[in-house]
Design a protein around this ligand. Structure first.
Ligand code: NDP
Length: 309
């Protein structure tokens, strides 16, 4: 296991509980200390990769190319399998494994913490599995064995490709979530400018937790069918105004964003941004954290804790 963060820790614990022997490859810092506390043997990444037969690369996507070249590639031998949890670096040609290893993906559709809690509670969560290179002749068996041992087959291991996973993941981030966050900001800005108090708007928008319940109902009842849980006024409002909110020009933007991802243009831009020390990301985050919502949250939190607002 290379990396002991969100996914690395949960997957290591699940693999061990499924009867597999796991060695963790980590730099000497708090992650390594945590892995030792959890009872794992911890080696330097280069030693762990050389010792492992099935090598899971669970470090952030952006550091994988450098760590792979320096610490994983030197120890690879015929018959080894590399397992990624996202398609990004293989899909956009940023990591180049040799031809004699299996290149696999087991990508949980679940945050790291819940990969562990679902496993412990016996619940399922799905994953995408892919095989980019079958050098051993039994690569698919290895991928499915990893999926089974981390508890992901309980929710369904769905066959995919590295590119598919990368497109779905990045497009969700860059179109779906980018759009949802923008809509929420506009909702807040328009209502507070119209005289509604920041506290009532923020509470209604997400602090109440109603949104979580709607997401749960979408999953359990159906994406559209959950609408029956809302009043008819709400149903009519949602259905009659949606096309005006998201007009045809949004589809054009969606296609442009998807094209930037598919062509590798976004991956190039992000690689450049990282090489320059991420100045654009820092500016964008500064802008987001300057939004008044941050102060409203803090005020409401202090009030909830009993301090005067
Ligand atoms: P984390 O950010 O939690 O990974 C942290 C780990 O990576 C630590 O062990 C850290 O150790 C190590 N690490 C970071 N930088 C370096 C470096 N330069 N050299 C060596 N080790 C380093 O990652 P995630 O678990 O979030 O993501 C891992 C993979 O899982 C990614 O491919 C991601 O796309 C995928 N994934 C993540 C999901 C999630 O919920 N987070 C969901 C599904 C897939 P150190 O202190 O030494 O830096």
């Amino acid at each position: 296991m290379i990396g002991y963060g969100n996914q690395g820790r949960s997957q290591s614990l699940n693999l061990r509980d499924s009867g597999l022997q796991v060695t963790v490859g980590c730099r000497e810092d708090e992650y390594a200390a945590r892995a030792r506390e959890d009872g794992f043997e911890v080696l330097a990444p280069v030693e762990a990769a050389a010792a492992g037969e099935v090598i899971l690369i669970l470090i952030p996507d952006e550091v994988q190319p450098g760590v792979f070249e320096a610490s994983v590639a030197p120890g690879l031998v015929q018959g080894d399998a590399l397992v990624f949890a996202s398609g990004y670096n293989i899909a956009f040609d940023l990591v180049h494994p040799p031809s004699f290893v299996d290149i696999l993906m087991v990508a949980p559709r679940m945050i790291g913490q819940a990969v562990r809690s679902c496993f412990l509670e016996g619940e399922g969560y799905p994953c995408f599995v892919a095989c980019e290179q079958d050098a051993s002749g039994h690569a698919w068996e290895t991928a499915l064995a990893v999926a089974l041992a981390i508890g992901a087959t309980r929710g369904g291991a769905v066959e995919a490709t590295f590119l598919e996973e990368a497109l779905i993941d990045l497009f969700a981030e860059q179109f779906l979530w980018a759009g949802i966050v923008r809509l929420f900001r506009t909702y807040y800005d328009v209502l507070t400018a119209a005289g509604c108090s920041p506290e009532t708007v923020a509470t209604d928008m997400y602090l109440s937790g109603e949104m979580v319940e709607i997401a749960r109902a979408m999953r359990e009842t159906g994406f559209f069918k959950q609408m029956e849980l809302h009043s008819q006024t709400s149903q009519y409002g949602q259905l009659s105004r949606g096309d005006r909110v998201i007009g045809p020009q949004v589809r054009q933007v969606a296609l442009e964003i998807l094209d930037e991802i598919r062509s590798g243009k976004f991956a190039e831009e992000w690689t450049r941004e990282q090489a320059e020390g991420k100045p654009h990301l820092a500016r964008l985050k500064q802008g987001a954290f300057a939004h008044p919502l941050n102060r409203v949250e803090e005020r409401l939190k202090r009030t909830a804790e009993g301090e005067s607002p």
